[in-house]
Design a protein around this ligand. Sequence first.
Ligand code: NAG
Ligand code: NAG
Ligand code: NAG
Length: 328
Amino acid sequence: MESPFLPLSCILISSCLLLTTVHAGSGYVYYDWTVSLSIRSPLGVPKQVIVINDMFPGPLLNATTNDVVSVNVRNHLPEPLLITWNGVQMRRNSWQDGVRGTNCPIQPGQNWTYSFQLKDQIGSFFYFPSLLLQKAGGGYGAIRVNNRKGIPIPFPQPAEDIDLLVGDWYNVHHRDLRQMLDQGRHLPRPDGILINGHGRYNLHFQPGSGLTYRLRISNVGIRTSLNFRIQDHALLLVETEGSYTVKKYYSSLDIHVGQSYSVLVRAKNLTHGHSFYIFVSSRFTKYELLGLGVVHYPDSRMPPSGPIPTRPAPFDFGFSINQARSIK
Ligand SMILES: *[C@@H]1O[C@H](CO)[C@@H](O)[C@H](O)[C@H]1NC(C)=O
Ligand SMILES: *[C@@H]1O[C@H](CO)[C@@H](O)[C@H](O)[C@H]1NC(C)=O
Ligand SMILES: *[C@@H]1O[C@H](CO)[C@@H](O)[C@H](O)[C@H]1NC(C)=O
């Protein structure tokens, strides 16, 4: 990759952006993000991770349909930075999309305020740094676009929305991975799978008849398709990347890199002291990587046990294709 220095055209484009108008009658959300490096050990191996406001994953971008979103991004990395809003539609122009070619990288020590409107949009998305393989170092976070007041969601209000950012992870610095690619080598196999920045993740459900949780799951990884499942809990698909779907139950879901899904999970009313596995396993790989989570209830006394939820065979492409075809 060539290094993205600030070309003159960027300065001209920046001047044009000042003319961008904001629509009346919509809400406004403002975020102030400082992007920096911090040592974290998600898989037990210390690594310089890209954090936003000292958080990994970064903070939730929580907005409502038609909101104008402004994000002041301060680049405290030693490298240029752009943040892109995966799946979010940029209406009328691409000047806020945060990718090379249309945007000037934010130089180290500089800041830049993104501003875009979520016109007519709803759903679950995520953001990530788009330059220099920085995504392999973190810097990603969830985006929720909520329905406007008075526009009901097409299912009962869940007890809670929970963002789950899943993805493959390398213990190697993203700079070293980049160097391998620059030398014409392949990326090595990832070292594991993270769920919200953890190799082992804990979720807490409350028991209750009819109580549901909305899990907004995104694959924020570099290269690995993942299969997501929760022991003894069916996944009711309700939304994919900005569209509500026909509701359909799945025992496990394939989530490819860049995809986001919302599923409703019904809490049990009796657990008999049990807790339950969450499995996130790699697809289409000779080796199997596993991200592990546990669903706890207030009365869970035992670690998860019993039959492991079944997954499709590693190279069962048909499973994935059928899943894609089944979503309407
Ligand atoms: C997100 O925004 C909605 C609408 O303003 C609000 O009701 C909700 O509490 C917010 N959620 C979080 C986690 O901030
Ligand atoms: C940089 O941040 C300051 C606030 O600290 C803000 O006033 C300014 O508009 C920002 N600059 C850009 C280009 O967004
Ligand atoms: C769970 O709640 C439902 C609905 O109230 C009830 O019909 C069912 O008997 C409960 N199950 C158990 C095991 O308590």
